[in-house]
Design a protein around this ligand. Structure first.
Ligand SMILES: Cc1cc2nc3c(=O)[nH]c(=O)nc-3n(C[C@H](O)[C@H](O)[C@H](O)COP(=O)(O)OP(=O)(O)OC[C@H]3O[C@@H](n4cnc5c(N)ncnc54)[C@H](O)[C@@H]3O)c2cc1C
Length: 350
């Protein structure tokens, strides 16, 4: 925004003491290809473009990033239990890859072993253009770049009120009042509440995604991202092997509809589900190898008809008020493309 609108004063009001303390830190750190997303959705378009932008940004700025690639595989057990469902899911992936011109390689059980010797699966696809980053370093770099571009950050300031006042919005926190010519609401899990302060009604729901960590002695068993094939309409991409730049290995996230948007640890899902998800692909991983790690929460736009998409809309034109609602996965991947899209929507109004 600071680059797109030179000369405009940009202010970020953040309730936490540091940037990126919520969902942007509590995720899988994957820069996705867009293959999982529904055809024609904003998620698909912004993930594809965003992936290019993030990879370029990381490489140009010396941030650590690793092109692990992603295997999406059909475990033997589920292939026998639901052969038609798995066939349909694999076919959909293949169609998506073709339509989106994403380079994928089809794998039989032997080829899977070439990539990941410890994975047992009937078949799958390998998507080379998938990366892992360290989300915290990425956010920290974006923050320092924004500071260099004279963006003002007000931390420890929760927005509690937004009132239109003679051509501007008065944005209030307990200790500040800011007169804003335009507002971009990117409040993540609280974006519906911030929108409501301006009289806009959004219905969101919250899906917790939990992770367990594989013990250090087994973390080297899997080097790439390994996801299960899932049926369309699933609320997540499935419990996967999530290796990190640090060499640690996590299993997760599941997708649990929860009432609280801030409750990360209460009523944890039992390790058994994660062990089952891991051991169906890699029997060397035993129950005692898994320990609770962390969880993140996805805000989803309520949509009973179809898969929920990002909702990015200029809801009020004058003065401009733009809402980003339901920015769940692949929001990290899409982040820089989302910023460009916001600039596109706001540009004519500023
Ligand atoms: C389990 C899980 C796994 C995921 N894995 C991936 C992945 O591998 N790859 C990927 O691309 N995406 C992934 N995502 C999605 C991605 O993490 C999010 O889409 C992205 O981080 C959302 O960023 P955000 O800036 O919208 O929200 P946040 O990072 O939550 O930022 C919103 C900010 O707004 C602040 N805020 C809220 N209310 C107020 C207020 N009233 N006043 C002031 N400040 C306020 C918050 O403190 C917060 O800092 C995952 C998400 C989850 C939950």
């Amino acid at each position: 925004m600071a680059i797109a609108f030179p000369g405009k004063q940009i202010v970020v009001v953040e309730k936490n003491p540091l940037p990126g303390q919520e969902t942007s830190r509590l995720n899988s750190n994957v820069i996705h290809s867009g293959l999982h997303e529904s055809s024609g959705s904003l998620k698909e378009r912004l993930a594809r473009h965003g992936s290019r932008l993030i990879v370029e940004y990381a490489l140009n700025n010396g941030l650590e990033i690793n092109k692990t690639g992603m295997i999406i595989a059909v475990p033997w057990k589920s292939a026998f239990a639901d052969p038609i469902g798995k066939y349909e899911a694999a076919t959909l992936l293949r169609q998506n890859a073709k339509r989106q011109k994403i380079n994928v390689e089809f794998l039989n059980w032997r080829n899977i072993k070439k990539y990941e010797p410890n994975i047992k699966a009937m078949c799958g696809v390998f998507i080379p253009n998938v990366w892992i980053v360290d989300a915290e370093s990425l956010v920290a770099k974006m923050h320092s770049d924004a500071v260099c571009k004279n963006v003002d950050f007000y931390f420890d300031n929760a927005v509690v009120g937004i009132d239109p006042k003679s051509g501007v919005y008065e944005v209030s926190t307990p200790s500040l009042k800011i007169q804003a010519g335009a507002v971009v609401n990117a409040a993540g899990l609280y974006a519906d509440k911030v929108a409501a302060m301006a009289g806009l009604n959004y219905q969101t729901e919250f899906w917790r995604g939990e992770y367990y960590e594989v013990s250090a002695s087994k973390a080297g068993l899997i080097r790439r991202l390994v996801y299960p094939v899932i049926s369309s309409g699933s609320p997540s991409k499935g419990i996967h092997f999530s290796p990190r730049l640090s060499g640690r290995l996590f299993i997760g996230p599941n997708a649990r509809l929860v009432l609280s948007r801030s409750d990360y640890n209460e009523d944890k899902t039992s390790v058994n589900m994660f062990h089952e998800a891991a051991s169906q692909f890699c029997p060397q991983i035993k129950l005692e190898d898994l320990g609770w790690a962390y969880s993140g929460i996805r805000p989803k736009v309520k949509n009973w008809q179809s898969n929920s998409d990002f909702s990015i809309k200029l809801d009020i034109g004058d003065p401009p008020f733009l809402n980003l609602i339901g920015i769940e996965s692949p929001g990290l991947t899409a982040s820089m493309a989302i910023a460009e899209y916001v600039e596109e929507l706001l540009g004519p109004r500023l």
